[in-house]
Design a protein around this ligand. Structure first.
Ligand SMILES: [Zn+2]
Length: 310
């Protein structure tokens, strides 16, 4: 290894190496007779975080639709976005309307909306919804954790958040919804804090599903009353996944179960990449196709058998 030079003087001569003393170990040794010493690592007795993949058999129609998207999309992000929408049971039809006028009236050359032209291209989205196997999967999970009465559900699109709210309400659960549009609830609550208190202290006497966009996980919420976090779908954002999965993960809790709903290969590709702490934005079409085919060929054998029977 090359010696580092500072003003042509080897670093060793400026700062000679002297063996360090393990201050923590020495302090622990000296304090041991008079008190119980524990290091931070020993104290951070975090419960286990268990991941459970929940595989759903996609219909042939859904599978071929996703394959078509993969083969025709211009880039990986578009292919992933559209197939994730498909798996969540909807597609946005994007239509561009050019006649909208900017609030700045075209008088601000640095306007971030129109860049001084005074006209903005307003994108309108029309929502087309259809049934997805994820509906039944979420309802099954609500049944499974009915006795526990608390569940956290994340969905990566506003349309999917709304869908989860409808599904939970349909199963008779109370719900709290938190996403980019703000906060709402089936309970008579005025704020997120009130909702959190009700969720944690079980003051409503009924089951509550906490439903949010994964980005809402960054709000420093504590939702330890639930052991279960269900990802109906993820967002693209790595930080969203990291923050949202830890909302019920604290010292002294009962452990946390993270359930990912997988239906199309895209669902697993996104989750795998986020859990490997890799950004999806940098994914190329080649990488996506490779990952997609790999997931497709490693779908659990019992699912594959059932698929062959169907
Ligand atoms: Zn403007």
């Amino acid at each position: 290894m090359a010696t580092m030079l500072i003003n042509n003087v080897p670093l060793d001569e400026i700062h000679p190496f002297t063996p360090g003393v393990n201050e923590v170990a020495r302090l622990a040794e000296r304090l041991a007779p008079i008190m119980l010493v524990r290091t931070k690592a020993e104290c951070l007795d975090l419960p286990e975080q268990i991941f459970r993949p929940y595989w759903i058999i996609p219909s042939e129609e859904l599978k071929s639709g996703a394959r078509l998207l993969l083969d025709t999309a211009q880039n990986a992000i578009t292919a992933l976005t559209l197939s994730r929408e498909l798996s969540d049971g909807f597609q946005y039809e994007r239509t561009i309307e050019q006649t909208a006028y900017c609030v700045c009236g075209g008088k601000v050359s640095t306007c971030p909306h129109c860049h001084g032209s005074g006209v903005i291209q307003r994108e309108e989205r029309i929502l087309h919804e259809f049934p997805t196997g994820k509906d039944e999967a979420l309802c099954d999970l609500l049944d499974e954790f009915d006795d526990d009465g608390r569940i956290i559900v994340y969905a990566g699109f506003q349309a999917s958040v709304d869908r989860c709210v409808r599904l939970c309400a349909g199963k008779g659960w109370d719900w709290v919804r938190l996403d980019g549009r703000g906060f709402s609830s089936s309970l008579n609550l005025k704020s997120v804090d009130e909702a959190m208190e009700c969720f944690q202290n079980r003051t409503n006497g009924k089951q509550i599903a906490w439903i949010g966009h994964p980005k809402s996980g960054g709000m420093g919420l504590t939702l330890t009353a639930s052991q279960v976090t269900v990802y109906f779908s993820n967002s693209f954002d790595l930080e969203d996944r990291l923050q949202s999965k830890d909302r019920n993960y604290r010292i002294g809790t009962r452990g946390s179960l993270i359930i990912d709903l997988f239906q199309l290969p895209s669902d697993k590709v996104v989750t795998d990449r986020l859990d490997a702490k890799q950004r999806l934005q940098s994914m190329t079409m080649g990488q996506l196709k490779e990952a997609w085919n790999e997931v497709d060929s490693t779908i659990p054998s019992d699912i594959r058998t059932r698929l062959a029977v169907v």
